[in-house]
Design a protein around this ligand. Structure first.
Ligand SMILES: NC(=O)c1ccc[n+]([C@@H]2O[C@H](COP(=O)([O-])OP(=O)(O)OC[C@H]3O[C@@H](n4cnc5c(N)ncnc54)[C@H](OP(=O)(O)O)[C@@H]3O)[C@@H](O)[C@H]2O)c1
Length: 344
């Protein structure tokens, strides 16, 4: 049996869902891959840091946080350790970066990824900031270090978008895309269309663990904008930043607007899109649109997402994720870990 040692930076919704998933899937990983994925460290902002070369007791750690969300992680180090020092020294093959998104800079997650790669560790992240702000740098650093930089869960939770293009669409160019990629705004639009208030809808997104730490990042279109950059950089070989993307959020959409859209046989969705201009320059936009009900994006309810890739081999190719959430995000992280393990 082979052991892959993984250290987590961040142990919030996704980190805890990953811990649950690793426990649930341990038997399958052993039987199918002869693999033991051992979590040898966890670093957080306020809950302390664990370093455990023989593996963290994940069930006990999750239970402690569930019992008391303010508790320090059981077995946490007594002295403080800075996150970069944790990343550099923790005995791990892969750093899983799960800190919150900073939509205006992508930091400190980019630094976390760089530190990991420079110290010879692979990186898996669900944080789209590094892909939107640092994709080329991190990709090139990973190549030069013979390590991998993977980020399947950065867009549409664990739906295999990046792996689809990387592994299943050889010799294909992605020329653009359109989609619904922000779960919170789609849930808000769905619930407001059904007569609930914005506050009720945001509370529901928070209850499901899909809202960003600051939900205004979702409602103002920032999250979708950062995802558009991540998709354009990784799939279209663009080198764009969120400031390059035209952005309009859903904050100004009222219950009356939604009622009028329904009466007109349309549905308002926050659409994320990218395309190539005639000279090949890539452009991106996030904008609410009233879509005819025949449009597949119009049918998406709640936290469901869809991305339609415009390709030069397969025409338009859609991938949808219905009622996604943190379990799917954790699965995307696990899939990335397994892709790395498979290539070693
Ligand atoms: N939730 C989802 O379904 C989903 C889906 C796709 C992608 N993502 C992305 O996945 C990442 C994690 O999401 P989440 O929902 O798990 O976030 P979360 O619940 O807010 O948890 C964030 C974790 O990061 C820690 N943290 C905060 N600042 C840090 C820093 N500067 N350095 C190191 N750790 C830090 C926090 O520490 P404390 O515990 O001490 O506060 C917490 O453990 C985010 O980038 C998010 O955009 C989430």
């Amino acid at each position: 049996m082979r052991t892959v040692r993984v250290a987590l930076v961040g142990f919030g919704n996704v980190g805890q869902a990953l811990a649950d998933l690793l426990d649930q899937r341990a038997d399958v990983l052993y039987q199918q891959y002869h693999l033991d994925v051992s979590v040898t460290g966890i670093a957080t902002a306020r809950h302390g840091t664990i370093i455990a070369p023989d593996g963290v007791d994940l069930a006990r750690t999750v239970a402690a946080i569930e019992d008391d969300p303010a508790a320090t992680l059981p077995g946490a180090l007594t002295g403080a350790i800075a996150i970069p020092a944790f990343i550099a020294t923790v005995p791990a093959d892969i750093i899983v970066e799960l800190s919150p998104l900073a939509p205006e800079s992508g930091q400190p997650a980019i630094r976390h990824c760089e530190t990991a790669l420079r110290n010879g560790k692979h990186v898996v992240t669900a944080n789209k900031g590094p892909v939107a702000y640092g994709y080329r740098r991190l990709r090139d650093l990973a190549l030069s270090q013979h390590r991998q930089f993977r980020f399947e869960s950065a867009v549409m939770d664990g739906a295999p978008i990046f792996a689809l293009v990387e592994k299943a669409l050889p010799a294909t160019k992605v020329r653009g895309f359109r989609g619904v990629v922000n779960s919170t705004s789609n849930l808000v639009l769905t619930m407001m269309t059904a007569g609930q208030t914005l506050a009720e809808a945001v509370a529901e997104a928070q209850r499901r663990g899909v809202a960003e730490a600051d939900p205004s990042y979702d409602l103002d279109g920032w999250d979708a904008t950062v995802k558009v950059c991540a998709l354009m950089n990784a799939l279209m070989d663009a080198d764009v930043r969120p400031a390059d993307i035209e952005r309009t959020g859903i904050g100004d959409i009222t219950a009356d607007d939604l009622r009028a859209a329904t009466a007109a046989g349309t549905a308002i969705k926050l659409v994320a899109e990218a395309w190539e201009a005639r000279d090949g320059t890539p452009h991106g936009r996030v904008v609410p649109r009233a879509l005819p009900l025949a449009d597949p994006l119009a049918t998406l309810a709640g936290t469901s997402n869809m991305l339609i890739l415009r390709t030069d081999t397969m025409g338009d190719l859609a991938i949808g994720e219905y009622d996604g959430g943190t379990p799917q995000t954790a699965y995307g992280v696990l899939a990335d870990i397994l892709h790395i393990a498979d290539s070693e």
